[in-house]
Ligand binder design. Structure first.
Ligand code: AMP
Ligand code: MG
Length: 276
């Protein structure tokens, strides 16, 4: 299945999250049946990132959004395993600091956009400024309403500068979120992830859904599409995300750069050195 086509939101498309099955897993019965495909994607990703890094003609920005426990950290870890850490950066966006609050909302984000040759992954992003900020009325409605246009213009600038922008909305059900909270409670290795806000935020599920829907409708553009990834199954989520990233990178038509040195002269020097 062409996951990019299947999960992309068309520009201006009305989105009803209730109608999207977060448990979707395509033809796969279980993680084992998807494992070979996932491994093949990661292998491709390693090679593609190597070329991206060498060529320095493109960059890639991956944006991850989703409710608490949707799997943003998991996707970061998954994608990163395929990459040379020298060529990528993961940035998690938390509550803005006083300094960040003193600037426009994109100021703290723009400086983490990837330079040519590099990959940036945003674990949360500038979209928080039309999500948590909207749900909790942290700024007046006119302020967050104006941000959709600012975001589209910002992403346009990145794309015009050589960045491919892929945005993944990880969609889990309310029941799945509760099950994951329970796992966190029961597993000492995951208890550090629990925050007080997990349960209070859950009470705003419908408000968040409305905010996500408007974000998807207004900010999925031809140049910077949103993908809604069914994420109740972590392995299917990884399969779909890695598949979409690989397809997008293959579409960049990258080439290894030509050597900057005169190879014939270097070969001569080598032979001379080898002969002692
Ligand atoms: P986590 O990603 O679980 O470490 O949590 C980060 C927290 O920071 C979440 O509760 C986000 O909603 C919050 N956050 C991120 N960006 C913003 C923002 N621009 N304004 C307010 N809260 C934010
Ligand atoms: Mg969290």
């Amino acid at each position: 299945m062409d996951y990019a086509r299947h999960f992309a939101i068309a520009p201006g498309q009305k989105v009803k999250l209730k109608d999207i099955d977060p448990g979707f897993r395509d033809k796969h019965e279980n993680p084992e049946s998807a494992a070979a495909e996932i491994a093949a994607h990661l292998d491709r990703l390693t090679k593609l990132q190597y070329t991206l890094y060498a060529e320095k003609a493109h960059s890639l920005l991956i944006v991850l959004q989703g409710i608490d426990a949707a799997g943003k950290d998991g996707v970061c870890r998954h994608v990163i395993t395929a990459m040379n850490p020298q060529g990528c950066e993961v940035t998690g966006f938390k509550q803005p600091t006083p300094e960040e609050r003193g600037h426009d909302f994109l100021w703290r984000v723009h400086k983490h956009a990837p330079e040519l040759g590099r990959v940036s992954i945003f674990n949360r992003s500038h979209y928080e400024d039309v999500l948590v900020v909207r749900v909790h009325k942290l700024v007046p409605k006119e302020t967050w309403q104006a941000r959709y246009d600012h975001i589209n213009a910002f992403e346009r600038l990145l794309v015009d500068s050589g960045t491919t922008v892929l945005k993944f909305f990880l969609w889990i059900s309310k029941e799945e979120q509760l099950a994951r909270f329970k796992e966190r409670l029961d597993d000492p290795a995951r208890q550090w992830k629990i925050s007080d806000s997990d349960y209070t935020e859950r009470n705003y599920w419908d408000d968040y859904s409305a905010a996500y829907e408007e974000m998807l409708e207004r900010c999925s553009t031809k140049h910077a599409p949103w993908f809604v990834i069914p994420s109740n199954h972590k392995w299917f989520r990884n399969l779909a995300v890695s598949s979409i990233i690989v397809d997008a990178m293959e579409g960049m038509k990258m080439q290894m750069p030509k050597p900057t040195v005169d190879l014939a002269a270097i070969r001569k020097a080598y032979h001379k050195a080898a002969q002692g």
